[in-house]
Design a protein around this ligand. Structure first.
Ligand code: NAD
Length: 238
């Protein structure tokens, strides 16, 4: 396998998706049947679903919390943490995942553009920051209220809502000379468009995953394989 060289002048922007956590036992989304852990996105991950039936949403994310707590980082997460340790502030990680496997592998220069399973926030957007919340709820009556009286909702970007940290992400992509995208189908925007922004800025663009993503033609290099198998030997840091 041809190694990806990272030179002293390179700045690396990494985008990860559900595929990087697949070998940790967390199901991806959409790949096979359009379901995520047996649920339709419309029922559990939209503002309308939350308005209609908040318990159905909390039940789903409580299940994801339980699965996430049992999962362990795999060699792909560990490879990215080691790359960060070597590159320092020339490395930036943006994940679409809501699990915390990157942090548990040792990554710290990262943003969760679609939110985090381990936090909750006020449904009224009252301005209070998200709070840490690892609870696995068994009924809606267990879910706490914000001091303003609003119900707490998962700190998750539902479909139709604006992703988090977009200004910072855009600034990091503009500086990057190498974009590495791992385990994402290229179907959820704006993340699926990041590779185009990177190409416009002149960066090399590399995809890693077992099958080409929908936006494969925008990559200068596609490495076909499971992330946990191919990532550990993929990089040559000069
Ligand atoms: P997706 O399910 O649409 O696509 C998953 C991609 O991963 C596919 O292209 C598939 O080929 C690839 N893949 C499967 N196994 C792989 C492996 N071993 N190594 C590398 N790649 C592999 O996921 P998405 O594009 O990330 O979009 C789904 C959205 O749903 C995300 O934005 C996220 O917010 C949410 N989600 C999060 C999690 C999580 O946190 N673990 C899990 C499912 C969905």
């Amino acid at each position: 396998m041809k190694k990806i060289s990272i030179g002293a002048e390179d700045r690396v922007f990494v985008l990860t998706g559900a595929g990087i956590s697949a070998e940790s036992g967390l199901p991806t989304f959409r790949a096979a049947d359009g379901l995520w852990a047996g649920s339709r996105v419309e029922d559990v991950c939209t503002p309308e679903a939350w308005q209609r039936n908040p318990w159905r949403v909390w039940e789903f994310y409580s299940g994801r919390r339980a699965d996430g707590a049992k999962a362990q980082p795999n060699p792909a997460h560990v490879t990215l943490a080691k790359l960060e340790a070597q590159l320092g502030d020339r490395f930036f990680l943006c994940t679409q995942n809501v699990d915390d496997l990157h942090e548990r592998a040792g990554s710290s220069r990262l943003v969760h553009m679609h939110g985090e399973l381990s936090r909750s926030r006020c449904e009224r957007e009252c301005g209070r920051p998200p709070v840490e919340d690892h609870a696995i709820y068994r009924s809606l009556s267990e879910v706490g209220l914000c001091p303003c009286g609003g119900r707490l909702r998962p700190h998750i970007v539902f479909f139709g809502e604006i992703p988090l940290e977009m200004e910072r992400i855009e600034a990091e992509i503009a500086k990057a000379t190498l974009m590495l995208v791992v385990g994402t189908s290229g179907s959820v925007y704006p993340a699926a468009g990041f590779v185009h922004w990177a190409r416009q800025a002149g960066a090399r663009t590399v995809y890693v995953g077992p099958e080409p993503p929908l936006n494969a033609s925008a990559f200068t290099h596609v490495v076909e394989g499971k992330a946990g198998e191919v990532m550990p030997g993929l990089f040559q840091v000069e």
